[in-house]
Design a protein around this ligand. Structure first.
Ligand SMILES: NC(=O)c1ccc[n+]([C@@H]2O[C@H](COP(=O)([O-])OP(=O)(O)OC[C@H]3O[C@@H](n4cnc5c(N)ncnc54)[C@H](O)[C@@H]3O)[C@@H](O)[C@H]2O)c1
Length: 360
């Protein structure tokens, strides 16, 4: 890996950003790590003490403002983890915050990287794939979940999941559009200015310090509700909870990013599909059963059959390309992820219940 001296993590008090900042600082203690965040996400403020205790510098700043990048000084690696990360964002409130943060923010990241000669790791999303195309996959019910019809396949998909070759024609939500547009700009900066950049289209990421809410972070929300109480509902697709996602522990993401940085010269400008894969996937109904088991609590889960505009019944990453290229595989299975989240919720109840409990 290049001999980095100073890492800037935008969104560095958020779930992914704070965990990555702390992991880099732990493993490379001689490198300065700076977390820049405007604390827009409720609960991100809870990360400030742990960042400080680990020697990560916190800078309150906004990626919408180029001046705030100037205030961050020079750096040689930029982890872009700032975003409005909900696929449901913008529907009720209008697009401004979402587009300004997720797209204009990326242009400011790119300019800062170009100016300082920094490498860039960008966390894109599976939500770049069009909603109607994903919703049209041939699904069948198998126990408590949907699965892709065994043995079937098409462009960019098979019963092993979705690859980067999945077609991009169609609409994908404003969230997905800001991420796809960001990807295009990043590739142009890589080509035109030589900014070394890797783009990871991530499925669901999860783990401790995710401030799960109804529209983003379902595993933590589910686990928290089983411990702290509060409403839960199976929303959409008939309200039976059979929708499926693969999940990836943030520690496994960190391990992959370290591998990618080792080979950034070879893989700059590339786009990868990154996720837990079929073996680390779960439906909501299956998750409820696991939460009941681990918490010892059984809670009522409502059923709301109406499907919201950006909802999809199934997304599982085919992570074979990234696994083979980097000799990487997720180490955390579904149960291990849930156990880690559960321990965090139990150990920090007083601090977390006001954010993740029934009042939210
Ligand atoms: N969590 C997932 O399942 C997932 C999946 C795919 C991609 N991603 C991407 O990973 C990245 C990190 O997501 P996350 O799950 O940690 O979300 P998060 O909401 O926990 O963290 C994002 C952080 O960005 C900060 N932020 C928001 N607007 C900002 C602005 N204008 N200026 C500065 N900071 C701002 C928030 O306060 C928050 O701390 C995002 O780019 C997201 O799109 C996440």
């Amino acid at each position: 890996m290049r001999d980095y001296k100073r890492i800037l993590v935008t969104g560095g008090a958020g779930f992914v950003g704070s965990n990555l900042a702390l992991a880099f600082k732990r493993d490379l203690p001689n490198i300065a790590v700076v977390s820049l965040d405007n604390l827009h996400r409720r609960g991100s403020e809870l990360s400030l003490d742990r960042l400080k205790a680990a020697g990560v510098e916190f800078l309150r700043g906004d990626v919408r403002s180029p001046d705030d990048f100037a205030a961050a000084g020079s750096f040689d690696l930029l982890l872009d983890c700032s975003a409005e990360p909900s696929v449901h964002a913008g529907y009720d409130s209008g697009p401004s915050y979402l587009v300004d943060t997720n797209l204009t923010g990326t242009t400011h990241c790119l300019e800062a990287a170009r100016r300082t000669g920094a490498d860039l790791l960008f966390l894109s999303t599976s939500r770049v794939y069009p909603i109607k195309r994903l919703a049209a996959l041939p699904l069948v019910e198998h126990g408590d979940r949907f699965v892709i019809e065994p043995g079937s396949s098409g462009p960019g998909w098979s019963d092993a999941g979705i690859t980067v070759d999945f077609p991009l024609t169609g609409t994908r939500s404003l969230y997905g559009a800001t991420k796809l547009a960001s990807e295009l700009l990043i590739q142009e900066y890589a080509e035109m200015y030589g900014v070394r950049a890797v783009i990871d289209r991530c499925g669901v990421l999860t783990g401790p310090w995710q401030m799960g809410k109804v529209d983003q972070g379902f595993l933590v929300l589910w686990a928290a509700r089983h411990l702290y109480g509060g409403p839960l509902a199976y929303m959409g697709f008939g309200g039976t909870g059979k929708q499926v996602r693969d999940i990836l522990h943030v520690t496994d993401l960190y391990r992959l990013l370290r591998c990618q940085l080792e080979r950034i010269d070879d893989v700059s400008g590339h786009i990868f599909n990154v996720g837990g894969g079929a073996e680390t996937s779960v439906s909501l109904t299956e998750l409820s059963a696991l939460c009941r088991e681990i918490s010892g609590n059984s809670i009522d889960i409502a059923s709301d059959p109406e499907t919201r505009p950006a909802d999809i019944p199934y997304y599982v990453t085919d992570n074979s390309e990234v696994s083979e290229m980097f000799d990487w595989a997720p180490e955390y299975g579904v149960e291990a992820i849930l156990e880690d989240v559960h321990s965090w919720l139990v150990g920090n109840r007083e601090m977390l219940a006001p954010i993740l409990g029934p009042v939210t």
